[in-house]
Design a binder for this molecule. Structure first.
Ligand code: NI
Length: 171
């Protein structure tokens, strides 16, 4: 197990499109996922994508029962998602606050699809196929954006909401 340094915005690797995983059930994949879990837990993250620890592969993890960073968010089941494909279930979007371990100390309001169908695989190659909404849908979109080289500020529409988490904002 190892807590890895998280790459911060400005690192070119965070802007790359990650490669698909072509082999499941391997020690390399297990080690990567363990490192991601250890790192996410140590930093109280709601999710983490492999490129954030410097590995340009299509692997994300997310989920929590309660999260200090998102105190009002509903529970999201812990999930390991590999080679994901996302399909919005409608055009409806919803604004919500996001932060990112690669953009430490900041937050901003990001529009995301409200309802989402996502598919992919776990580390053993078992299929994952879910329809979700709300914060679960938001977290999946945020994490899977990392695999396309997209950080949440690139999705923001109103930069007046972009600010430091330790500054009280009036809504
Ligand atoms: Ni992030």
């Amino acid at each position: 197990m190892a807590i890895k340094p998280v790459l911060k915005m400005g690192e070119p690797l965070l802007l790359d499109v990650a490669k698909k995983v072509d082999e499941f059930n391997t020690p390399v994949l297990e080690n990567l996922i363990q490192d991601m879990q250890d790192t996410m837990a140590a930093l109280n993250g709601a999710g983490l994508a492999a490129p954030q620890i410097g590995v340009s592969l299509q692997v994300v993890i997310f989920g929590f029962e309660e999260n200090q960073r998102y105190p009002d968010a509903e529970e999201v089941p812990f999930t390991i998602l590999i080679n994901p494909e996302l399909t919005p279930l409608s055009d409806e979007t919803e604004d919500g606050w996001e932060g990112c371990l690669s953009v430490p100390g900041l937050r901003g309001v990001v529009p995301r699809y409200r309802q989402l169908h996502y598919q992919g695989y776990d580390q053993h190659g078992n299929s994952i196929d879910r329809k979700v909404d709300g914060f679960h849908a938001r977290v999946v979109q945020h994490e899977c954006d990392h695999l396309q080289g997209i950080l949440y500020p690139m999705r923001m529409k109103d930069f007046r909401t972009f600010g430091f988490t330790d500054v009280q904002m009036s809504d």
